[in-house]
Design a protein around this ligand. Structure first.
Ligand SMILES: Nc1ncnc2c1ncn2[C@@H]1O[C@H](COP(=O)(O)OP(=O)(O)OP(=O)(O)O)[C@@H](O)[C@H]1O
Ligand SMILES: [Mg+2]
Length: 250
């Protein structure tokens, strides 16, 4: 395996997740280091969302997880989602879960809720940065989020996660349902975030785009992390090209 440098932020090992009797993840190990973009690619139903939800502590009730998820060297087992957010993890879930009757800006404010609750006087300090990244959100700050276009909703979901000032941002298929041009924009923003020191764990079905933007990549198939390596290496791997890149349209 290729040597990786940088401090480990997120360290997952021996992670098993089951929904009732069915095990969806079978003991994978994964790491995210400082300043890295790490991607997990894999087909539908492989367990990608399950992996992110297990890391975030947001699996549905009835699901069970065992194994280790450590953040900055500390185990997060039994920790509530809120606490994980407070420590620097943030997830943009597959179902974006925006409050549709509330305005764009109120949704963004909710992203900083925990920081406000903790008495941080400057809890809204990320707002300008979010509006810089997504000028469209500034234009539409008073608009009810339920009336945004699909792409604008994605931007709002990412923006809301950034309001928590995460150190590790987890994105579950940010390109889902988006036109190629907006997808490109979102990936551009993920790269820009790395410059500000935010590490990203990116789940994508658009493997081509994900491998282009990522530093390191894992392949998840049927609950197993079957392959890993620097993203450029995987992008040139014959098996990956055949299974994931060969027929991609963009
Ligand atoms: N709440 C649940 N109850 C029972 N089974 C579930 C539940 N959530 C997911 N699963 C099952 O676990 C497996 C992994 O699902 P998951 O959503 O993690 O896949 P995924 O890789 O994110 O797929 P996609 O690319 O379609 O989003 C699937 O077989 C799915 O049917
Ligand atoms: Mg999914």
């Amino acid at each position: 395996m290729t040597q990786q440098n940088g401090k480990v932020l997120l360290d997952v090992s021996d992670l098993h997740v089951r929904y009732g009797k069915v095990e969806a993840l079978h003991g994978g190990a994964l790491q995210v280091r400082e300043g890295q973009i790490v991607t997990v690619i894999g087909p539908n139903g492989a367990g990608k969302s399950t992996l992110l939800n297990a890391i975030m502590g947001s699996l549905p009730s009835g699901a069970g997880a065992t194994g280790n998820v450590s953040y900055l060297g500390h185990s997060m087992s039994g920790m509530e989602v809120e606490e994980r957010v407070a420590r620097g993890l943030s997830l943009v879930p597959e179902k974006r879960e925006l409050f549709s009757t509330m305005s764009v800006e109120d949704n963004l404010q909710l992203g900083a809720y925990k920081r406000k609750k903790n008495g941080e006087a400057n809890y809204m300090d990320q707002l300008d940065a979010v509006y810089d990244l997504f000028p469209r959100l500034l234009e539409r700050r008073k608009q009810a989020s339920g009336t945004l276009s699909g792409g604008e909703r994605q931007m709002l979901a990412v923006g809301r996660a950034l309001m928590a000032k995460p150190q590790v941002l987890m994105l579950d298929e940010p390109s889902l349902g988006l036109a190629p041009l907006i997808t490109k924009e979102i990936f551009h923003i993920i790269s820009a975030l790395r410059q500000t020191g935010v590490a990203t764990l990116l789940i994508e079905q658009n493997a081509r785009a994900a491998l282009q933007v990522a530093d390191y990549a894992y392949v998840l198939e049927m609950g197993e992390l079957v392959m890993q390596g620097p993203a450029t290496e995987l992008a040139g791997n014959k098996q990956i090209i055949e299974s994931y890149l060969g027929f991609a349209k963009h």
